[in-house]
Design a protein around this ligand. Sequence first.
Ligand code: GLU
Length: 483
Amino acid sequence: MSVRVRFAPSPTGYLHIGGLRTALYNYLFAKKNNGTFVLRIEDTDKARFVEGAMQNLIESLRWAGIDYDEGPNKDAGFGPYIQSERIDLYKEYAQKLIENGNAYYAFDTQEEIELARQKQQAEKLDFKYNRNQMRNQITLGNEEVKSLLESGVPFVIRLKVPEDKTIRFKDIIRGEVVVGSKEVDDQVLLKSDGYPTYHLANVVDDYLMKISHVIRGEEWLPSTPKHILLYEAFNWAPPHFAHLPLLLNKDKTKLSKRQGSVAVEDFRDKGYLSDALVNFVALLGWNPSADREIYAIQELIEHFSLEKINKAGAVFDVQKLDWMNQQYLKNLPNETVALLIASELEKLGIAPQPKSYLEKVAPLFKERVLFVSEIVANADYMFSQPKDFEEEYFKKHWKENTKELISQLIKAIEEIDDFFHSAIQEKIKQFNEEHNIKLKEIIHPIRLMITGKSAGAGMFETMEVLGKSECIKRMNKFINERF
Ligand code: GLU
């Protein structure tokens, strides 16, 4: 049997981080098994329609590097992959269930349903559609149904759930699940507007798209018995199921917007690297080994196994994500970091810098920050002359003789031929010996004049990158303007 899996989001505006994990696990499983990863857009809930949501979703997946093999604009014969373009199909399949006696027409109005709900509530019962008491094909008979349909009375189609049946299925992660059919309502399959419900569309599409494994979040577990009944009603073999553990906040509540970002695009905009986010998300509920956290995507594919996914909820720990981002950032090639710096500069409207220069700036900072944006924000002096100088730093390190020392130091620096950090360091060491001063008496004033700040990367390395004439220019400027 060939492996075909799908990610089937409802486009609600953005890709939730939990959705990213579902997509990723499907993707890893497909790649591991030489299978096919399908993207299907489940957009039949008209009330939740959001303009541009599908494009946004596809863009977020693309950013994360999760390419689908089949889906919108990649039809391999199973399309369309957007449910709103398949509406007639669902009607046709609902009709098949009417014909084989596993579904029935119902004509209850909203008010009638509401009344029945209230009545059951008064008896402290959970609402269940009672097919023997409501207005439907069973109570009205086929003749009456025919005339109601002919006169255009609105209807829904409901699944006729068998009365006393044990529904069983094996979940690859959770083991055997057993539910009594008494607990399952007669699901609406086709709504009065002719649109299918999630259950009908999902099952019909999984069948028609030859999905072999349904891998989805645990919140869909209660729907699975309904789906199993639908497969039986159609006389189709169900796929395999794997329900992924919930994502939790640190306080073990369900991951929600209230406690921080959950949209993939927010993580992107904050500056997380896609590889770091994907690595982090991959380990939410699964880890191929106990003592390792960093995995390239190819390694994730190689090790992936549905059987090894945990049942217990996975805590979403932003600190761990931050740590992971740092690991990825510091291991990025300088050329890549340079490109990221360039795009940050552009975002802020700062004049572009030569690529070769940014490639030298990158290694100075990439191990010291969490995000590339911090390089531009904190080390602004690498991209323009400092305008502000930390006053406290000045007061602390500028002594009476400093100005005089600096004038002489500038001359010494001018003499350095190969302006490498080691040569700068050597020259300054010499200078200190000649003047009988300690390094800290001169290095802080140098840092202040050149960067304006008390903290930064190694000063000799910073000077090397800025270049001799720029360093001298800044020192002269400081002395001239200050005194
Ligand atoms: N459309 C559902 C969602 O939004 C799909 C659930 C499933 O994978 O069956 O997640």
